[in-house]
Design a protein around this ligand. Sequence first.
Ligand code: GCU
Length: 336
Amino acid sequence: MFLKKIMAALSVLAVSTMVLAGCGGQSGSSGSGDKMVLRYAENQVADYPTTKGAQKFAELVKEKTNGRITVEVYDSGQLGDEKSVIEQIQFGGIDMSRVSLTPLSEFSKDLMALQMPYLYRDADHMWKVLDGDIGKKLLGSTEKDGIVGLSWYDAGARNFYNSKHEIKSMADMKGLKIRVQESGLMMDMVKALGASPTPMAYGEVYSGLQTGVIDGAENNWPSYESTSHYEVAKYYVVDEHSRIPEMQIISKQTWDKLSPDDQKILRECAAESAKYERQLWAEQEKASEQKVRDGGAVITKLSAEAREEFVKAMQPLYEKYGADYKELIDQIRAVK
Ligand code: GCU
């Protein structure tokens, strides 16, 4: 743990030094001719849809700026966990990333509404919201917090999994130690279901499961598969309690150094890479489900009655976390 922190600190130092070296001698704006290197942090592995989206983004930027702007993608959490990456983006130590809305909304509260449990009817509903006026407005909502939103990425629906037993009803959740993303909403969500939440960085979950520090966690199919969590926590219940979109972001400090033309190019490339990621996502969800089934995971589909229990249990969260966004939540629900 301690060693990990030192390594993370060293990597920040190294990156900051590289940024200084890369941008040294620049006047602070990217007029044509100025070379620029942007460091992009991604916490998923190299062949994961969001990482391939990042690579596509890098290729497009290179092509459209004739090699003037280089995007270097650091995958597998090399630049640190999501929370520390967002902090570094705020002060300009890292230029770009793709992050889950759960940690991001700890820095930019307006995003809270988009990740409430059982908010969307299905994936189509979520995409109508994100592609429409609400999505456009919220993509611009983080700028005051030093973070510019460029595009929305897909992360499917999240489900619970654990190493102890099948979850067929809420009673089966009782007492399980479940890892959650570092957020009050997610802790309360697990408590509302009768389980006990442990906030933890994504990269530490595998060893947490293996050593029994936690009994389970919750995530989408591709994350459950690519992290090999299914090998140490084989009971996966398809309860689809949340759909948490993800955002491609760039530090406001970096953004302000770009010329309006380059900002436009980056926005276009981000939108194109997001389209590509969404396509890959749909394919990966199926492939990952097949892989975990073949690997011995026990998949349980929640019955309609049990699902109703889950939905009901989470309603108090709407009072605690949704009260400030009631109008927005109503608008999201009304999107057809
Ligand atoms: C998903 C998401 C990651 C996030 C992770 C988590 O895998 O894509 O960005 O870190 O969930 O549960 O922490």
